[in-house]
Design a binder for this molecule. Sequence first.
Ligand code: FRU
Length: 473
Amino acid sequence: MTGKADIIRPKWHFALKKGWLNDPNGLVWFKGEYHLYFQCNPYGNEWAMMHWGHARSKDLIHWEECGAALLPEKEYELWQRGGCFSGSLIVYKERLYAFYTAVSSKDGEILQTQCMAYSDDGCHFERAAENPLIGRCPCPDSHDFRDPKVIYHNGRWQMLCGGSSGDAEDRRSHGRIYLFHSEDLLHWDYDGILYEAKDGEGSMFECPDIFPLGDHWVITASPMNRTDFQGTIYMTGLVNFKNCIFYVESSGTLDFGPHYYASQAYRDRYGRLISMAWLGGWEWMPWIRDHGPSEEDGYRGVLSYPRLLSEARDGALKMRSYSSVDDAAREEGELIRKIARGTSAELFRGEEPVRIRGSIERSMGTNLIQFRFMDEDSHCIRVCLDFLFGSISTDFTEADPWIKNGRKLYKAEIGGEDEIPFELIRDGNVLELFLFDGRYAVSSMIYPSGGKFRLLIGNKGAGIKLRYSVSGS
Ligand code: FRU
């Protein structure tokens, strides 16, 4: 790997002091604080022998790392390439129940079973004596089978599990979401396949999630080998749990960037829906050659900034960066700036974590607006809004050497918009951009040489006017 990277620890994002981290597995407000659980290997910065890590927070931004909540210790989860895989968490009668996939190997066969552990304090978990609650997947031609998500609906517990019709690595396999139900959290009945991917939609659906939003259900998943490489997709529609049917009405992606994987939706202490994801990806993804240079600092993996989820007028999902109720009232000084026809201007240059919120006004004569995120060596990520063709493109071809995400074009319903609200967070090695009140988002890890980060905004056409405010740590 060439190029000098600056490894800057994020201050507002959760990362381990040492060790490997991937998917978030649960987040609850429980007994006066938030408890966050996630996939981790505390002994090294390589993925191996998965534990459920644990951290606590009062505000979802500043975290205290705690000892692991689930350490692989039972026969059904003791394996170097296995352990306690992803899942979800519920609170029932003042007790936490963690559902996870135990992965082990016997006579060369990989066993993925669904298990449960419970806790009364969020720190110490007891395995259910009945584990594994679900052994082999009852679907006859199933292959992979993991990542249980449990919710309460229709007077009983419902569980979604990710799966595949064949080997997950085989591009001809189709990702699946299985449905189960239970009256007592221990005995689970199989309902069937709630969704099966069509050609090109992915060979395995990892970390499925489900939550109600407005009049619809939203299902998200992280597909392996999807032909358009979207990290986390969403589908909205109606779910008939009794007959195991999902009528999909619309679909999209949670993020256009290379790094937003295994998102799960949670409730904050005020009952608002938030999404958090792993800002990372796997080696089989074309843009991941390794996991970036943060290993030199002894850790790998960062979780996203929490995002408030809401529904746009047309049923699409919107995600704004999290602000607590107190935060929302805080005033920030507003700057106003005009950028002349066909030119661009620098809005920010600095090393410290920064959050820039603003709005761009364009006249109908301005067809193109471009965001450029640059470092001192002119590495550059471009996000371009094309109002004539109704598209958003991301261009990583000149990005720092750790991100090989190329150029991608997405259809976006922006043609008629003349006001473009945006928000940007740059925190250490993380970049998150929200456009149009969070209807479109772009997240990426960045390793700016020189440590400094620059934001430039430009236009093609009649010029733009900007109002924005900058806040720091
Ligand atoms: C998703 C995933 C899950 C699995 C976990 C293992 O990133 O591959 O499907 O449970 O990570 O760490």
